[in-house]
Design a protein around this ligand. Structure first.
Ligand SMILES: Nc1ncnc2c1ncn2[C@@H]1O[C@H](COP(=O)(O)OP(=O)(O)O)[C@@H](O)[C@H]1O
Ligand SMILES: [Mg+2]
Length: 160
């Protein structure tokens, strides 16, 4: 697990919202984003560490996921928030698609089934957790807080 340098809110711009976290892109490196828990949500550093571990394992097994870079902190004036830094996926949320929606949903299901066949299991299966990348005609899975892998000793499991 890599601990990366802390960053400031001025270093990033917001590019996506989820129910539990906000995604910021680094201004100095558009290929990287940071996932930061929303205020009031019980997402902790160990949950992001769990997501880092699961994302790294999925990537190693050849599943289409963003590359995981490490954990960092977003420094705010009064406090700091934990952040998971990963590769930026240049695409569109499957849930937001109108054209090619059925095609993207079938790619999303295929990718998940590949992961399940390798012993992974996820419960948060919203279409918002898949990003369609038009240039590559593929879906990249995101958001592994609720994922598990058979036989994997989890360090930061959310339900511990
Ligand atoms: N690596 C990424 N690159 C680009 N957009 C992303 C990336 N990860 C997440 N997103 C976008 O941000 C949204 C929220 O991220 P997500 O990890 O799903 O947070 P939450 O746990 O709040 O659902 C996603 O639905 C997706 O649209
Ligand atoms: Mg999500």
């Amino acid at each position: 697990m890599k601990n990366l340098s802390p960053f400031l809110i001025e270093d990033v711009k917001c590019i996506g919202y989820g129910t539990e976290a906000t995604i910021y892109q680094f201004r100095a490196d558009a290929g990287r984003v940071a996932k930061v828990p929303n205020p009031g949500y019980p997402l902790l550093e160990r949950h992001l560490q769990h997501e880092f571990e699961l994302g790294s394992l999925l990537s190693k097994e050849g599943i289409s996921v963003p590359r995981m870079y490490g954990l960092a902190s977003l420094l705010l004036p009064e406090h700091s928030r934990p952040a998971l830094v990963m590769e930026y996926v240049p695409g569109v949320k499957v849930d937001d698609m109108k054209e090619m929606r059925a095609h993207a949903i079938s790619l999303l299901i295929q990718e998940r089934e590949k992961a399940y066949a390798l012993g992974f299991f996820g419960t948060d299966l919203r279409r918002a957790n898949g990003i369609y990348v038009p240039e590559l005609d593929k879906v990249v899975l995101v958001d592994f807080i609720s994922w598990k892998k058979e036989g994997h000793q989890c360090l930061g499991c959310p339900n511990k």
